[in-house]
Design a binder for this molecule. Structure first.
Ligand code: FES
Ligand SMILES: [Fe+2]
Length: 385
């Protein structure tokens, strides 16, 4: 985040706290329960959001060096993302052109080529078909037409977007981010190192996972024994940016700024910043590191989700001590959400199908929820974001 914006936000937060205010939407928002349980809606979401549109599928730190790669199977189709010799990132369908086996599993570093585990065909970092076992058996097969199938991909601001459908469409991060591009650029996410990624599966709609992060109203109640003493959940600042959004939550330490001249403020240490990178990524600035939640629909209906939870650190965790420190951060993050937020949200999901009500209410003090679900609805209707 740019320095000038930090000062401006710092002023806003302090006055918001002083006046016991919080960001407010114009009106309350009635969100239909069908948004979380409709099989037709999730089918449309799968197509619009999880096939036809670019998604943030990682940070540059996931694959810092040539030959580093990650895979993603959570969209229901296998994807391989790899850094080439020239430093560019490529994305492919992780499907062997012989008979369709996956050519890479999990993630790795410095991979020279990808050798299919079935019959040993091999592919380069750029996806070219390099070798065919017993090639004479395949006669004159055109190798240049049998490379891994490329997907549109773009790396910018330390983020990697992939469109999970082959085609020529180019990806324009600046447009996708709306007004957030300059502030995300200013963090220098490209310098952050990947620490760990976990996969979680839950019996709740994928948007309900995102909702978990979109208001701090629940923090003093649900998290009273865990994170409530660390943050001031009653005062937040919210700004929409097309479908995306930014919500800033002050830590209790923000009061330390009051004793300092503004030019000595280090606001980023005293806030958590929650970004939604529309539609399915929550990126959280945590004072000195980043977490990302990349969420996808799972199962056959609307009530299951699966997600990548990742933690990125300002320096690679090179020592035991550093690893122990970031392990503790990862544990705190998962413990809070897994013990407190998600069990409750899974019960909400069951409650949605109970017929108790046909809509839920987002209060004026929950503007990020209203914006997010309004943006989802608009995008599904084909309206511009
Ligand atoms: S399926 Fe890959 S080499 Fe046969
Ligand atoms: Fe929570």
């Amino acid at each position: 985040m740019q320095r000038a914006m930090q000062i401006e936000l710092g002023r806003q937060l302090l006055s918001t706290l002083d006046e016991r205010r919080t960001a407010l939407a114009e009106t309350i928002y009635r969100n239909p329960v069908s948004d979380y349980i409709s099989a037709e809606q999730v089918a449309l979401e799968r197509r619009r959001f999880f096939r036809e549109s670019p998604l943030v599928m990682g940070l540059s730190g996931d694959l810092p060096q040539p030959g580093d790669f990650i895979t993603n199977d959570l969209l229901g189709l296998p994807i391989l993302i790899v850094r080439r010799d020239d430093g560019q990132v490529n994305a492919f369908l992780n499907v062997c052109r012989h008979r369709g086996s996956k050519v890479a599993e999990g993630c790795g570093s410095g991979q020279k080529s990808f050798v299919c585990p079935y019959h040993g065909w091999s592919y380069g970092r750029d996806g070219r078909l390099l070798g065919i076992t017993d090639h004479r058996a395949f006669g004159e097969i055109d190798r240049s037409a049998h490379g891994l199938r490329a997907l549109p991909v773009k790396e910018e601001y330390g983020l990697i977007w992939v469109r999970p459908m082959p085609g020529e469409a180019s990806i324009e991060p600046r447009g996708l981010l709306g007004g957030l591009a300059p502030e995300l650029a200013a963090y220098g996410f490209d310098r952050y190192a990947h620490f760990e990624t976990r996969v979680l599966q839950r019996r709740m709609n994928w948007k309900l996972v995102v909702d978990t992060f979109l208001e701090a109203y629940h923090v003093p109640i649900l998290h009273r024994k865990t994170i409530a003493p660390l943050i001031n959940g009653r005062s937040t600042v919210f700004d929409p940016h097309n479908g995306n959004l930014r919500m800033v939550v002050p830590r209790t330490t923000i009061d330390e700024l009051r004793a300092l001249p503004e030019d000595r403020w280090e606001l980023l240490q005293h806030i958590a910043v929650i970004y939604v990178l529309f539609p399915n990524v929550v990126l959280v600035w945590q004072g000195d590191h980043i977490e990302t939640w990349r969420v996808y629909p799972a199962g056959n209906g609307a009530d299951e989700s699966v997600m990548h939870v990742s933690l990125y650190t300002p320096e690679p965790a090179a020592t035991e001590k550093a690893r122990a420190h970031w392990d503790r951060n990862m544990d705190l993050l998962l413990r809070t959400v897994e013990r407190e937020d998600f069990p409750l949200a899974e019960a909400m999901q069951r409650g949605f199908t109970s017929g108790a009500q046909d809509h839920v209410n987002f209060g004026r003090n929950e503007p990020a929820l209203a914006h997010y679900h309004g943006a989802i609805r608009g995008a599904l209707l084909g309206l511009p974001l």
